[in-house]
Design a protein around this ligand. Sequence first.
Ligand code: PMT
Length: 358
Amino acid sequence: MNSSTIASPDENEYFETHSAPPNLPELSRIVQGFVLRHHAAGRHVVLVSSGGTTVPLENQTVRFIDNFSAGTRGATSAEYFLEAGYAVVFLHRQFSLLPYSRHYSHSTNCFLDYLSEWGRIGEDGNQAGGDVVVHSKYRAQMLDVLRKYRRAKEGRTLLLLPFTTVTSYLFLLREVAMQMQMIGNGALFYLAAAVSDFFVPPDRMAEHKIQSGDLSGAPETEGAKPATQAAATTKETGAGKKLVIDLDPVPKFLKRLVEGWAPEAMIISFKLETDPNILLYKCRQALERYRHHLVIGNLLSTRKFEVVFVDKEGEQWIRVPEAKDGEEQIEIESLIIPEVVKRHEIVMSAKKDGPMAG
Ligand code: PMT
């Protein structure tokens, strides 16, 4: 299917006015090979999106708008999908958390704290050539993670695709979706990334670093936008300079994904809110608006302990049971993914039995 024949005008405009990542054709071929190989091996393929997208304020970017997401949900979920036998396309914010290494890369979980020095004492009584070993306390847990990591690596079941800006995210999402069309409803989209809702259109983007200081007397800047055109301008207020930013809305690409890019796939979006009073309302609104399979709602403050599944049948809360004394709290993704897999199986079997079968 050709996306351009079914695209809405704002979607077309977005893709026409932005540059695709230069290596997109190459990534597309890699994704195609990955999807075909795993489909032939009888594996389902899930696209997990993870981390936050950025919105650059300057073409030669010094400043950008970002959000809080570290990619914990996405990286953790990817591990449980791999354990459930899926092949995973991990579309993630560059340098955010990755499956497996996430256990040791967070700032409160520095990998160096897991290691200790084991050495030989030389004849002179000094340390002579030591070695680095995993502290005995962490060995069993690290071995478990290492084995899973190796399994994914050897089976080539995890494909890492990094993005930084909202634009690179959208180009990649569309490309992967088009490649996943060939496996129909064996494809699953699990959209946990926090995608920017507003952006600076290219024709209003400053070329160079936005200046906070006085530039009178400086040589004229090449490519500078007149203040009336620029999306980000500084304004003298009397009490100092103010930066005023005027952003356009990013078109809602979830609609395009559902209707055009991956019409047969199962699509799951996440909804993040901070106000508990509106969470269910926003989830239902998203479901109604985009007509996909499932919205998983979560609140910023409790996202690691509870989520709500909202579909056309109703709601189902998933909560982490309280850990008993001395036990470690389980990860909520260990409950989310089996439930998602169960629902994906229902979607796949419903399509098989449906009027289009055969
Ligand atoms: O990384 P962590 O710290 O673990 O945090 C995980 C999380 C809280 C970020 C994650 O669980 C989560 O809730 N992700 C979704 C955040 C969110 O609410 O995004 P949104 O409201 O901007 O978008 C909702 C859905 O619409 C998303 O599935 C997104 O793909 C889609 N969208 C968004 C913007 C846009 N222009 N087009 C879209 O289609």
